[in-house]
Structures are given as C-alpha cells and as structure tokens.
Design a protein around this ligand. Structure first.
Ligand code: NOJ
Length: 722
C-alpha cells in the first residue's frame, strides 16, 4: 500500500528524478559526491563518517527540488567497527539468538555513522567449498540458512527501522549463487525447479517472512537466464507469489554484466530487461549517455513508478523524511567493552573441536612453542571487513599475556603461501625443548570471500609439512585451524592429537582462541559444512538424494572388479554402487560434527503420538519429540541437539536426511534437561513442482526422526502420517 507521502512525491516527480531514485552509486570521489547528489541520485555507498554522510544528506534534502533523503548503503557483513566471526563461523555456533545479537551490534555501530542499508545476510546454501564465498554465508544446510538468515534480518532491522540502531537488511544473492559450476565464482548455475524450491529458495522465503527490506539479485544465470533479467524468479516468485514489497537491488554492475552474459546488446537493452524482470535499484550507476536514452518509450512507466514507490517506502520506514541526519557526536567509531565481550563470546562459541584425545584443554606449561603462520599473525578479521574495522591482536600476544609464568616461544616455521623464508627445521629445533606446542595454521582472509575460489583445498604453502614435522618430535601438540571454508585435511589430520577449528573469528579472535585452548570457555560449535576428504569428492553434503545404488563401502580400488562386463546381481552389491573407488565414503567430517570438553548422554527419544492423520497435520497438529540430555562431566558445557527427518518413501526422491530443528543449550556439571521439538507440517513437508508451479505438501507415509548431538550419533523414532 503506497503511503500518501510517497504517492504525492511520485505524482510530482519528473522522469529523470524517478530514474535517479533507482540507482545506488558506488562511493563517489569526495569532490564529485555533492554534484552527484544534486543531480538526483537516490542512494550511495557510505562516505565513511557521520559528518560526511550528513553533508551528503544535506545536499539531497536542501539542494534538490524534492528534498528526498538518500539511502546510504554498505556491506556491513559481520560487523562495522567491532568485527564478529565470519558468517560461516556464526553458523558454527548453532545459536540463532546470538547471531541476532551480532547483527544488532553491527546495526547499532553502522547506523550511528549514518549507514541505513546493509547488503547482508548472505543466505546462499553453499555445498562447494571451492567457492570462496562460502565464508559469507551459513553453509550447506537449508534450515540453518533459513533460521540464521531470519535471525540476522531481525537483528539488523529490530522492530522499527526508524530507530537509531536499526538498518535495512538485504537477503542475498537471489538465487542459487551458491551452486556455481566447478565452484568458480560468478559461474553459471543450472538447477532443477525441484532443487530451487526445496534448497535455494527456502532461506529467502524465510528472510522475506522475517521482513527483509531488500533482496539482491545474484550474478549467476539460472538455467540460462541471468538473475538480473529473470522475470520468473524476481517477479513471479519473489514479488507475486511471496508478496515481497521491498526493494530488489542489483549486484555490483550486474545489469551491465548482461552484456557479457550474451543476453543484451547494449546497456539500454540491459537496463530495460532488468527493470522489466523486476529489478528496482541498479547498483553501480548507468553512465549519463545511457541514462539519457532511457526514455519513457524504453522503460514501462508503471513498472518504474512501482520501483520508485518501493525505494521511497523504505526511506519512509527508516524515518529519513523526518530525520535524515545522524548525531555526529554519537558516532561509534571504536568497540565498547560490551561489544568486545559479545564478539569474543561468539568467536569462542564458533570454535569446533574437530578431534581431541585429551590434549585439550591445555594447562599452563613451563615452556610452550607457538608455530605456524597464524602464531603471530593478526589476520583474524576474515573476508569482507573495511579498513576502519577494529583490528585483532595475535594468538602469540594473547597467550603470552594469559600465561605470564610460561615461556612462550614463537617460531612460525612457514609462511601462509610458502615463500623463501620457510624454515621448518627452526620450528622443529624449537619444538624439541618445550612441553607443549600449538600449531596455528590456516588460510589468510584473502583466500576466501568474493572472487576467491580455490581448486585445491589443502592448507596452502608448506603448512601440512610443518604439522607432520612437528608430529615427529613426540611432544604433545594441538592444531589451531583458522580459515574461511572447509579444508581438505587428510594429509595431516591423523597425526594430530587435537584439532580446533576457529575460522576467522574477528576483532576478539585471539582472546577467544586462548579462552578455548586453556579451557576457560568450552568449544561446542558444530560444522555448518562438511569437510571433504579430497577436492574430487566435492560437492559432498549430508542432505543428498539417495541413488538407486547406494554404497556401503568405498575406497576399494581393486583391479579384479574392473571387469565391467560382469553386471550381474551379485556384483551390483559391491562394484556397481555409487562411490569413488579411491575414497572412503562420505566426508572427512560431517555437517554438524564437533565435540566439547564436557560429555553428554541422551535418553531414549519420545514422541507424544506415533501416528498423525494427514488432515490433522494440514490443520496444524504437530507431535512433540523429547529427549533427555545429561551432562555427565564435571565441567559446564554446551550440547547442540540436532533433529533430522528421513522421509522413507515420497513421490519425489527425498534427501537421505534433512535438518528440521536444532538447539544449543548450556548445562551445568551433572545437569539434566529435556529438549523438545515440535514436528508438524513445516518439518514434514516439501515442495512439489510440476511444469507450472509449486506447492508445499505433506505426504502420507513413514518418517524416521533422527535426533542427537551429531549426524553419526543419533537415535530415531518412527512417526507415521496416515
Ligand atoms: C558484489 C557482491 O557480490 C555483493 O555481495 C556486494 O554486496 C556488492 N558487491 C556490493 O559491494
């Protein structure tokens, strides 16, 4: 519903003024900014201070005919000044309220400087760790992306966009950007409507339900149609079917990219295609000669009015017409103590204990060696932070401060990427005379993020050589892995007694890492993406469809079975199943994997009823599944209970399992609690597509509800829908 103010403005706008509202320009050079605003641009990237933002708003409000304030956009991805763990690490916390708080903190800092619009959260389901952008999202699972995406939208936007600590969120990238062929960024996506509906669209549906102010079109094609020109998905699905009333914003130069995509001859055609498809705001800014050619004969007037109405409605919700300025004296330019504590706790909660033979937690030894390129590196912020972000310290600095009586030696031994300075022998010599070793390895931030795909997922440089060399010393050691994507760790993992995945944890990462190493905080994160055994196995993810020939064993590279002529029923059992001859089945570490220092037992799962009538499910009836969980250790710790559904027979091949609920709960030593999940239509149903449309459906049949602390440690109860 267009408000009277917005309608009145539109009625009085010239064609050029309307088009001006439909562009967001990248951060202009300061000397050009005022002129651009006076010329009528509707939105721009943040000019990097409250004062500069106010100056631009003043140009818009006082020196344009209609005085329409600007939207000020910025990629606030995991913090503005105080940097939280990267989104993939946020996902590892399995803690939606925490993720909401982190988004709230980011919004508070950003809005205090005049930012009103962030291009976050990224909710691209990502199952290919070669793709560097997996770091920016919540991993491979549909439900995790949906729940955490909605949490971030709520965190950014609060209950009132006009509040001094709220900013507009953008769910991105719409859609299926997480499935580029070969894991190469920007590459083509060819995806069935079945998978689109059940996997890639679902998190966006949740974000729209949560009230996301904007949705960003993605760079990729979907089945041959670039998303910036995809009318079916942008308009028919997003706007018409889902009733999305916000802004569809293009990605950076995404409209211009329709030319190399090979679907538009020139920019005029590209712009026309994009607006016809349902785009509302073009990011980048069409050059003036193009703008001049975009006459009312070229672009549909009603469509343009609709787009302008959406932009003005957002400006109105943000309260910009009443108050376009921010209080320059109240700009938050450095983390507060509370902000630091929040991101430190989050970084500790994101840490995933991949394996531990009891070496962790460490108690202060007399002498400790810190080795590996992350030992004294301060590269903990991760992809997508700006130059004004609050920096982190190093693990070496933090550990030395925490253990004043310990002699802390720092010998990196190798560089990140392997250069002439590598000296593994020096690290080994130092290792021989200490009591404990912490090997700090990983990927620097620049190796993940946009345009950072990799074809090799092993630790770069000679880091694995360093781990193996240290393993040969016979001194207890732990490996700390800091990275922005799942890695292939097969070449060293068996030699390491304990491995802690810490991701890129942000401003307080080193403090959090030391908290976990020393046992001051418990690691209880879980993997939001499977860690493959090798690149050749990618994509490998838990919620895959079954094949007609599921394998039970893999890795048997035996020549006698290579006789493909023997395709009889006996051989189907072993040879003719879906697997790699040279790899064990499944990933190195599953989605949801991770342990902690505390230990837990689970009772038998219980269902309130074992049978539901389909009609009652449609009417909203649900069953409750409960599980007794007990902390059997003498430590306080967290358990992450995960509930997966297995639909035994459906009209469309179902995924072998599908996460439908999770909860992270803290238990005091010896404490017991009952965890309950409700299972009804939303959990049991899936999208059925035909050539025309899609409907969400629950089918009669048997379901196994698998519940536990990790995929491989679940118990199930049976539920029948009759
Ligand atoms: C390109 C990226 O794909 C997108 O995620 C980002 O928001 C824009 N650039 C703006 O910086």
């Amino acid at each position: 519903m267009t408000s009277p103010r917005v309608q009145q403005l539109i009625d009085g706008m010239t064609w050029a003024e309307k088009l001006g509202q439909l562009q967001i320009v990248f951060r202009p050079r300061p000397e050009d900014a005022a002129a651009l605003v006076r010329a009528g641009i509707g939105s721009t990237f943040w000019p990097r201070s409250a004062a500069a933002t106010n100056a631009l708003q003043r140009e818009a409000v006082e020196h344009t005919r209609l005085g329409i304030p600007l939207l000020i956009g910025l990629d606030v991805i995991h913090g503005q000044r105080t940097i939280a763990p990267v989104p993939l690490a946020m996902a590892a916390t399995f803690d939606a309220p925490l993720v909401e708080d982190l988004a709230r903190l980011a919004a508070t800092e950003a809005r205090s400087g005049g930012v009103t619009w962030t291009f976050s959260p990224m909710i691209d389901v990502s199952r290919d760790p070669r793709w560097g952008r997996v770091v920016e999202g919540f991993g491979e699972d549909v439900h995790v992306n949906a729940v955490l995406g909605a949490a971030m939208v709520r965190g950014y936007q609060g209950t009132d966009l006009a509040a001094a600590d709220s900013i507009a969120a953008t769910a991105k990238h719409f859609v299926a950007y997480g499935q580029p062929e070969g894991g190469r960024d920007y590459n083509a996506v060819d995806v069935s409507t079945h998978r689109l509906r059940n996997v890639y669209l679902e998190p966006f549906r949740a974000a729209v339900d949560a009230g996301a102010a904007a949705v960003m079109a993605s760079f990729n094609t979907v089945s041959g149609i670039p998303m910036h020109a995809n009318r079916h998905l942008l308009t028919d699905v997003l706007k018409s079917e889902w009733g999305f009333g916000g802004i569809v914003v293009g990605d950076a130069d995404g409209v211009r990219n329709l030319l190399p995509h090979g679907v538009a001859e020139d920019m005029v055609q590209a712009v026309r295609m994009a607006y016809e498809a349902g785009l509302d705001v073009e990011m980048g800014g069409a050059p003036s000669d193009v703008a001049a050619a975009l006459t009312p004969d070229v672009l549909d007037g009603a469509r343009i009015d609709d787009a302008v109405a959406r932009v003005l409605a957002l400006k109105e919700s943000l309260g910009l017409f009443e108050n376009p300025y921010v209080d320059e004296d109240a700009e938050l330019v450095a983390p507060t103590a509370a902000a630091r504590e929040l991101v430190r706790g989050a970084a500790a909660r994101a840490a995933v204990l991949l394996k531990n033979d009891g070496t962790l937690p460490l108690s202060a030894p007399a002498r400790v060696l810190l080795t590996g390129p992350y030992a004294d590196s301060t590269d903990h912020l991760g992809a997508w932070t700006q130059s004004f972000a609050a920096p982190s310290g190093s693990i070496a600095g933090e550990l030395s401060a925490r253990w004043p009586a310990t002699e802390v030696q720092v010998v990196p031994g190798v560089s990140f990427l392997g250069d002439g300075s590598d000296d593994i022998a020096a690290a080994v010599a130092a290792a021989r005379i200490v009591d404990a070793i912490v090997i700090c390895v990983g990927e620097p931030s620049a190796l993940s993020g946009e345009a950072a795909s990799r074809s090799d997922l092993r630790l770069p440089g000679r880091q694995a050589d360093l781990i193996r060399a240290i393993a040969g010393c016979g001194i207890p050691f732990v490996v700390v892995l800091a990275n922005g994507r799942p890695l292939v760790v097969a070449d060293w993992i068996d030699e390491a007694p304990a491995v802690l995945e810490v991701w890129h944890g942000g401003t307080e990462a080193p403090a959090a890492i030391v908290d976990v190493l020393t046992g001051e905080r418990d690691p209880a994160g879980r993997l939001p993406m499977s860690f493959p055994r090798s690149v050749g196995q990618v994509p490998v993810y838990y919620a895959h469809e079954n094949t007609g020939r599921p394998a039970t064993t893999g890795g048997a590279l035996e020549l006698e079975h290579a006789d493909v002529g023997l395709h009889g029923p006996d051989n189907v059992q072993d040879k003719y199943t879906s697997k790699y001859l040279d790899a064990e089945l499944g990933p190195e570490f599953d989605f949801g994997h991770g342990s902690g220092y505390a230990t837990f037992t689970h009772g038998e799962p219980r269902l309130t009823v074992a049978e539901l009538k389909l009609e009652r499910v449609h009417a909203g009836e649900a069953v409750t599944l409960s599980l007794d969980v007990t902390n059997t250790s003498g430590r306080r710790g967290d358990e992450v209970i995960q509930l997966f559904i297995e639909d035994l027979v459906a009209s469309v091949a179902p995924p072998v399992r599908r996460l439908v609920a999770f909860e992270r709960r803290t238990f005091e030593p010896g404490a017991r609690a009952v965890i309950e999940f409700s299972v009804g239509q939303e959990q049991l149903g899936f999208w059925v597509t035909d050539g025309v449309g899609a409907s969400f459906r629950v089918e009669r049949g048997t379901f196994h509800l698998h519940i536990g602390g990790a995929l491989k440690h679940t118990q199930f109860v049976e539920l029948r829908v009759i």
